[in-house]
Design a binder for this molecule. Structure first.
Ligand code: AMP
Length: 630
């Protein structure tokens, strides 16, 4: 099929196009109307249709694929390997749904899931979907304060956690962080359900609040829990992501549109077939995990691999061994992970038979050309970079091997995906840019199915954050710089806002600044993202202190730096730790008092600062220049 014609139809006739795609999933009641766009920028897809994500991911396959593997759990940390067929997955999800129901979870209730990469985490997500409850998975690497913020926003009736995760052969206890978050949160749920893996012998149970998953699962061994049918636009989940303020945004997703978008993407973008195996190396705490570890492959009738472990333990061949052993056809990973592998012996790429692999997809951050070439040549498999965001739930820019495979251009995530009317526009005027002209990547609404429907509990924030940038026209702003070349290939050139992308994880500079300010010695702080060979970007902080004695000499500075970094780890988790803190006497600001973050970032990356006509105190900038040179 001609991919250009396919794309054009999705833009020119969205109702016809998506009406056809709706047939890829099962509906209890078919939609009455494909698109309702009466209240821009809000839109509703598949209005009046009734369906359920768990039904489409599990029950629907029982007849044809009951004995086929659905979920393959592999942990190189504990050595566990378990395969669940669709019939077994169905049993586990029913048990889990019965447990949740007994703990008061019902339609529309929120459940926060704070878990490592274990099969039970997936059962819990699917059980929530089955009950019509709204899950909010919080990445297991986040610390107590981050968890508390999310609890207070989602106001869950239940929190589910494990005793511990495992990383690099060591248990990483979770439960004490949960206890801390429960103490900090104003809307702490009455119950905590714990999947005890036996990894944390010191774990304390709170009487009357904490429940043991294994005990309750036994009680509900034979339970059957009917699917709760939901109108297509009811919420399925909330996933928090960092924005430009200190308060994370709850990206809210629907049921019908999301299911249809994922089903379509499995065909057209991933070119995958039911019965095959998908291996996505992300984490269920991120959007990639939601869409392509859990819902996408299962909706498509594939087996999905849930892998707990690092890419280089026990050795740098582990991923390719998994591909060989499980005949993985479709793999999805991140640039940082590939750069980690690039530091290892390239012979690992050749040690196992990866001939089952059709494509390796990459997303999350820019994939630099050398890394892309290295992995393409090493594996002998096409590597497809595709670009998307937590907000969109699936790719906005990609190649479409399931429709027509266009040549890969290194460094480019391809073309606009069907359904996304993408424009690169001038930052100030909103006028469309010509070829090779840098502008902001935007989408002319309505956003296609699968994208966020709003910000949880805050419609105004949805409008302001995403649609408020241009006066000329209503446009969704991705907050990414981009350009389109003469051949129509797109290139992503970094964020337009104060968000850092470190190892594919989005961090708000405001969040890190607030955490640093929580240290009593700190007066003012600016955090910027600085280019890093391995992780794409890393956070670097510049601080002023209340008492100069704290930075009187090198030893005092080093001690304070350590304390401050520990504070960030304590409040936000290790992912957000600044790489380096510089202590200065003043931060560069405009005369109106706004921090000149862009200039600080430029200096920190060894670039020049550009226009500084509004700078209040030139010495402040000089100090930054000196600090980063040291
Ligand atoms: P997140 O919502 O955390 O997945 O982060 C989304 C952001 O990651 C985007 O706005 C981009 O800045 C960046 N990103 C994701 N995929 C790509 C890609 N393929 N190339 C370049 N940047 C990407």
């Amino acid at each position: 099929m001609d991919s250009q014609a396919f794309y054009r139809r999705s833009i020119d006739d969205p109702e016809g196009f998506w009406g056809d795609q709706a047939k890829l999933i099962e509906w209890r009641r078919p939609p009455e109307k494909v698109l309702d766009y009466a209240h821009p920028p809000f839109r509703q897809w598949f209005v009046g249709g009734e369906t359920n994500l768990c039904h489409n991911a599990v029950d629907r396959h029982l007849a044809a694929r009951g004995e086929q593997p659905a979920l393959i759990y592999l942990s190189s940390e504990t050595g566990e390997e378990r395969t669940y067929t669709y019939a077994e997955l169905h049993r586990e999800v029913n048990r889990c749904a019965a447990v949740l129901r007994a703990l008061g979870v019902g339609k529309g209730e929120r459940v926060v899931i704070y878990m490592p990469m274990i099969a039970e985490a997936v059962f819990c997500m699917l059980a929530c979907a089955r009950l019509g409850a709204v899950h909010s998975v919080v990445f297991g690497g986040f610390a107590a304060h981050n968890l508390a913020l999310r609890i207070d926003d989602a106001k869950p009736c239940l929190l589910i956690c494990a005793d511990a995760g495992m990383r690099g052969g060591k248990p990483v206890p979770y439960k004490h962080l949960v206890d801390e978050a429960m103490r900090e949160a104003k809307h702490a749920p009455p119950k905590v359900l714990i999947v005890d893996r036996g990894l944390d012998a010191d774990m304390k149970w709170v009487d009357g609040r904490d429940e043991d998953y294994w005990d309750l699962r036994d009680e509900h061994r034979d339970a059957e829990v009917p699917v709760t049918w939901l109108e297509a636009n009811e919420p399925s989940y909330i996933l928090y992501t960092s924005g430009t303020t200190g308060k994370p945004k709850g990206v809210q997703r629907d049921v019908g549109g999301y299911a249809v978008a994922l089903a379509a993407s499995m065909r057209y973008i991933y070119g995958a077939q039911p019965g095959e195996t998908m291996f996505t190396t992300s984490d269920i705490g991120w959007v990639v995990g939601h869409s392509y570890i859990v819902y996408g492959p299962l909706i498509h009738g594939m087996a999905t691999i849930v892998y707990e472990g690092l890419p280089i333990k026990p050795d740098a061949g582990i991923w390719w061994k998994i591909v060989q052993d499980h005949k993985v056809s479709t793999m999805f990973s991140s640039p940082t992970a590939i750069r980690v592998l690039k530091k290892q012996d390239p012979a690992w790429l050749k040690k196992y038979d990866v001939s089952s692999l059709r494509y390796l997809f990459i997303a999350g951050e820019p994939l630099d050309e050398p890394t892309s070439r290295w992995i393409t040549d090493g594996l002998g498999v096409p590597v497809i970079d595709h670009y998307w965001q937590t907000e969109t739930g699936w790719a906005m820019l990609t190649l479409l091997p399931g429709v027509e495979m266009k040549p890969v251009k290194f460094g480019s995530p391809g073309f606009p995906a069907y359904g996304f009317d993408i424009r690169v526009v001038n930052e100030m005027t909103g006028a469309e840019c010509g070829p090779n002209e840098k502008g902001v990547l935007t989408v002319k609404p309505p956003l296609p199915p699968g994208c966020l429907t709003t910000v949880w509990g805050d419609d105004q924030r949805f409008i302001n954050s995403y649609f408020g940038q241009f006066e000329k026209e209503l446009l969704y702003s991705s907050s990414d710089w981009a350009l389109r070349d003469d051949d129509g290939y797109f290139f992503i050139l970094g964020r337009t806002d104060d968000v850092i992308n470190t190892a594919g994880h989005r961090l708000g500079t405001r969040e890190i600044e607030e955490a640093l300010q929580a240290h009593a010695a700190i007066a003012e702080v600016a955090v910027v993202g600085v280019q890093d060979e391995l992780k794409g970007q890393v956070p670097i902080g510049f601080c002023t202190v209340k008492d100069p004695a704290r930075i009187a000499d090198a030893t005092a500075r080093a001690l304070l730096e350590k304390e401050c970094i520990a504070k960030v780890a304590e409040l936000l988790g290790a992912v957000a730790k600044p790489y380096k803190l510089h202590f200065v006497n003043a931060l560069p600001k405009t005369r109106s008092g706004k921090l000149l973050r862009r200039s600080i970032q430029a200096l920190a990356e060894g670039r020049e600062t550009g226009d500084l006509s509004t700078l209040d105190d030139p010495n402040a900038l000089e100090e930054i220049r000196k600090a980063v040179k040291k």
